[in-house]
Every structure is written in C-alpha cells, then in structure tokens.
Design a protein around this ligand. Structure first.
Ligand SMILES: Nc1ncnc2c1ncn2[C@@H]1O[C@H](COP(=O)(O)OP(=O)(O)OP(=O)(O)O)[C@@H](O)[C@H]1O
Length: 203
C-alpha cells in the first residue's frame, strides 16, 4: 500500500502558492523524513496528505483511491501541540477511546498510567498528552502516520522514549511514517530516506 501526493499545488491566498507541483510517495513500513526551511510548506503538505485541506490541485491517493472522507482515517496526523487536537471538555479516557478501544498493551508501551485516564487534558504535561494522541492514532486501521514536529517541544529523553515506542509499533503493524522535523539528527536516526522541501517564495 502506498500513500501518494502527486503534483500538489496549494496556496492559502489567490496567486500566492505555498506548494508548487510537489510529489511525494510513502510506502507502508517506510519511515521517510521531510525537512525544509521554515515556511516552506511542510505542515501544509502534511495537512493535505492527511485530508485536512481539500482546496489543492493535484492528487492524493491511497493505493490509487482517495482518502476516505467519512469514518476512520487510515492516515493519522500528529501535531506539535497535542492540546490542540483534544477536546478540553472530555476526560482522557473518553478522548483515548473515541475511535476504538485502545488496548492495554499500547497504553503500557507508551507508559500511560491508569491515574491519567481520569484527568482532564489540562492536567497533563505536553509529553503525557502526546502519548495519548499517539496511542489513539496508532489504531488497528491506521496505515500511515504523519508526525509533524511531534516531539519538538519535549526533552531529549522523552523524545527518545516516545520515538522508540512509535518505531516498535509501526514496524509491528507495518505502518508508513512521514517524520517532519527541523532536527536533522533526529531525522538521520529515524528515517530510511529524507526529502527536502524548498521554500518557493525564497529562491
Ligand atoms: N492557515 C493559514 N492561512 C494563511 N497562511 C498560512 C496558513 N498556514 C500557513 N500559512 C503560511 O503558509 C506558509 C507555509 O506554512 P507551513 O506551516 O506549511 O510551513 P512549514 O514548512 O511547516 O513551517 P515551519 O517549519 O516554520 O513550521 C507560511 O508562509 C505560512 O505563513
């Protein structure tokens, strides 16, 4: 199975492109790095690949078919700020199990403690919250994970722990991962291959 973006062009404003004719392809089981200057459109490309942004030119496909607009999204996007991805009025256990019942072994692998389940999102640290976001995103129907600066705000130890867990799970489940980061060493350590996005407004 392959997640493809073909000849993607996109601008937030008319006559001002952020992405110009970008093509990218990610296989299941592959860990691909995406680097580029600030403002070059990495997050925008992530949103397009995960189906969050529809107003683009070109084609995004999963094995030749469009990303399903209803039901569970097999392309899961994880952002830098997990607090923006959760409903602040829900307890963590409800947020966690919204799409499917997350197995105990996944909770254990991310070090999610029982006591955290009864808390509200604002009662957890960024790293704790990101563990929940990942446990939820790596569901049985997930085929691709798009990690947009997902550990940027964390200390080095937490970053290594979280990536260690994620890499174990994606390998076992044969999930493809796009790793967006400005940390070249992290990309080098994690990824099989890397692509570079140029800022088209800065060349
Ligand atoms: N919702 C939006 N409305 C208008 N312009 C936007 C919006 N989101 C991003 N942009 C602009 O689009 C360009 C690309 O932004 P994007 O966040 O995709 O870049 P990036 O490569 O991820 O940057 P960074 O590495 O700094 O996070 C930037 O110039 C940004 O200001």
């Amino acid at each position: 199975m392959c997640l493809k973006g073909e000849n993607i062009s996109f601008g937030y404003k008319k006559n001002s492109l952020v992405l110009n004719n970008i093509s990218i392809s990610l296989d299941r089981g592959e860990v691909l790095g995406l680097i580029g200057d600030s403002g070059s459109g990495k997050s925008t490309l992530c949103k397009i690949l995960a189906g969050y942004e529809n107003n683009y030119e070109g084609k995004v496909s999963l094995d030749g078919k469009g990303i399903p607009s209803k039901g569970y999204n097999p392309v899961q996007l994880i952002f830098q700020h997990p607090e923006k991805a959760v409903n602040p009025k829900w307890k963590m256990k409800d947020i966690l199990n919204e799409g499917h019942n997350v197995p105990q072994e996944i909770l254990d692998s991310f070090g999610i403690k029982k006591g955290w389940l009864n808390r509200w999102p604002n009662e957890l640290s960024g790293g704790e919250l990101q563990r929940f976001a990942l446990a939820r995103a790596l569901g049985p129907e997930t085929k691709f994970l798009i990690a947009d600066e997902m550990t940027t705000m964390l200390d080095a130890i937490t970053q290594a722990q979280i990536w260690g867990t994620v890499l174990g799970i994606v390998e076992e489940k044969n999930i493809g991962v796009l790793v967006v980061s400005h940390e070249k060493n992290l990309i080098k350590r994690l990824c099989h291959d890397t692509i570079y996005l140029k800022d088209i407004n800065n060349v």
